[in-house]
Design a protein around this ligand. Structure first.
Ligand SMILES: Cc1cc2nc3c(=O)[nH]c(=O)nc-3n(C[C@H](O)[C@H](O)[C@H](O)COP(=O)(O)OP(=O)(O)OC[C@H]3O[C@@H](n4cnc5c(N)ncnc54)[C@H](O)[C@@H]3O)c2cc1C
Length: 479
């Protein structure tokens, strides 16, 4: 916790660094930054027991101001938690040890676009949707489309190692980044080489990607751009079994086809979630694919080959208009009435595994989640496979308990027991415990099981860079 002495020094010094108009204190700071989008953080804040309790929040307007704030915090041993859009679902952005929230949304400039190299230098606080709209107006695209695009920032996406709807063709966030500008935990401003790869030592850029603010504060990035596609074609296929759907997905990925979108909904998700969103009666495992590109003939040809592959795996091809509706409504799943609200309990177990293990991971994880919830709570579980790779896929198991216990502690115990059962089953069946939502507070207890002796190396890197443990202390299980 922050000492009274440190608090009074902070009050004056922060005003001087960022200007008093960019400083929020006391109850105003605690209410504005009470929770990210993790179910428990939301439920605790609603119950008046917020886990995020910043002493002060600041909104710097330049990287130099970020550096000055961090230097000051380091000298006073005050925790600093960067805050992008607050859309994370693992509790990472909550200031659970008090201290300073560093809201980066005023670092929102697009500094330079290089049309020849198709690269762009953009500041970390830029909202993904705003960035994409600006680029689209110029015929360009960042191609990182998280479902949280309206809230998530570029910096938050990089820090949480995010992945968007188009990732199967265009890559996950780490594939989009050429370099980073960041502030170290001791307050130095660093810029890494601005190329997509090099052989000049280890890749410092990648060390920061997915570090969730524990190793540095990202202030800007140089990212890759693409031309907006001229053509989009949809393929929708229903499979008699999940196994046939997975086998078709594997063949599509290993054949060199590049669908930006490939979502395989299990029968529950197809019947209860996808059907409602696209206005079609779907009862079987359903694959929604989209192909895009510059040349219509090429795009159509890719879609035809993928269609053949699905049919060879006993699929019935459904009208492509379902895919077009899906594309238009792709974000509705994440808002009411599709997205749950209190007093529900909700959350995802989102794991990643290779093709060798993926079906066992699906079976074991979904079985464990269902078994962990007493029948009286009517758990629903909708699962899809998305963000595919040449070697495997991500599984996104979305659970909801419509009405949890009224008591917050009991509700958390129920949430934790379901979640723990899912994660432990997934790890045991050969999965890695998260694909693109990060670790935060929620997955921190599982980090030693995931990393084994590698956890010690991670802790040493953290200690070397952040000797006073001021950046996001406790997150990622780093102490
Ligand atoms: C409805 C919904 C849908 C979602 N869909 C997706 C999806 O499709 N794909 C996906 O990847 N995620 C998704 N998410 C999760 C979330 O949006 C992502 O994790 C996103 O990357 C977080 O960005 P943010 O700017 O909101 O970061 P925050 O939540 O503010 O912060 C996340 C973490 O990064 C740190 N951080 C933030 N900015 C910086 C910075 N500049 N430098 C260093 N550390 C920083 C924070 O301290 C925290 O540890 C979804 C969330 C919701 C609620």
């Amino acid at each position: 916790m922050v000492t009274q002495d440190a608090k009074s020094i902070l009050a004056h010094a922060l005003d001087k660094i960022v200007g008093s108009e960019n400083v929020t204190t006391g109850a105003a700071a605690q209410s504005k930054y009470a929770s990210d989008q993790w179910w428990y953080a939301i439920a605790a804040a609603a119950a008046g027991e917020a886990i995020s309790r910043p002493d002060v929040a600041v909104s710097p307007t330049s990287p130099e101001q970020v550096a000055a704030v961090v230097k000051l915090a380091n000298s006073l041993h005050v925790p600093v938690t960067p805050w992008g859009g607050g859309s994370g679902v693992q509790g990472a952005a909550n200031a659970d040890r008090g201290g300073i929230i560093l809201d980066l949304k005023k670092l929102d400039k697009t500094r330079a676009i290089n049309r020849k190299s198709l690269t762009c230098e953009v500041e970390a606080g830029k909202i993904c949707k705003t960035f994409e709209e600006e680029l689209n107006a110029d015929g360009l695209s960042f191609t990182h489309y998280p479902a949280s695009t309206e809230w998530a920032t570029i910096g938050g996406s990089i820090a949480a190692r995010g992945s968007g709807v188009l990732s199967t063709k265009y890559g996950k966030i780490e594939d989009h980044i050429l370099n980073l500008e960041f502030v170290t935990p001791t307050g130095e401003l660093v810029t890494t080489p601005a190329v997509p790869r090099h052989a000049v030592g280890p890749e410092l850029t990648q060390l920061l990607i997915g570090a969730e603010g524990t190793l540095g504060i990202i202030t800007a990035a140089t990212v890759k751009l693409h031309a907006l596609p001229k053509k989009r074609v949809f393929v929708v296929a229903a499979f008699p079994t999940l196994g046939e759907g997975v086998a078709a997905g594997r063949e599509i990925m290993t054949s060199g086809l590049k669908p930006p979108v490939m979502r395989l909904y299990d029968a529950d998700a197809a019947a209860h979630s996808l059907s409602r969103a696209v206005g079609a009666e779907l009862e079987l495992t359903t694959l929604v694919m989209m192909f895009d590109g510059e040349y219509p003939e090429l795009v159509e040809h890719e879609a035809r080959i993928a269609t053949d592959i699905c049919q060879n795996h006993s699929a019935t091809i459904l009208p492509d208009s379902i895919g077009a509706v899906w594309w238009d409504k792709r974000y509705v799943f994440y808002y009411p009435p599709y997205a749950p609200e209190l007093p529900s309990i909700w959350g995802t177990v989102d794991v990643v595994a290779d093709f060798e293990h993926i079906e066992a991971v699906y079976e074991e994880t979904t079985k464990a989640i269902r078994a962990a919830c007493p029948a009286e709570f009517n758990l629903s579980l909708n699962t899809h496979f998305s963000h595919w790779y040449e070697w495997g896929s991500m599984i996104y198991a979305r659970m909801k308990v419509p009405t949890g216990p009224a008591d917050l502690t009991e509700a958390k115990e129920l949430h934790d027991s379901i979640f723990r059962a899912g994660v432990e089953a997934a790890l045991k069946a050969g999965a890695v415990m998260n694909d693109h939502h990060g670790v935060g507070i929620r997955l921190a207890p599982f980090m030693p099981a995931q990393y084994g002796t590698g956890m010690d190396s991670l802790r040493r890197i953290k200690k070397a860079l952040d000797p006073n443990n001021i950046l996001c202390p406790g997150k990622l299980g780093l102490g």
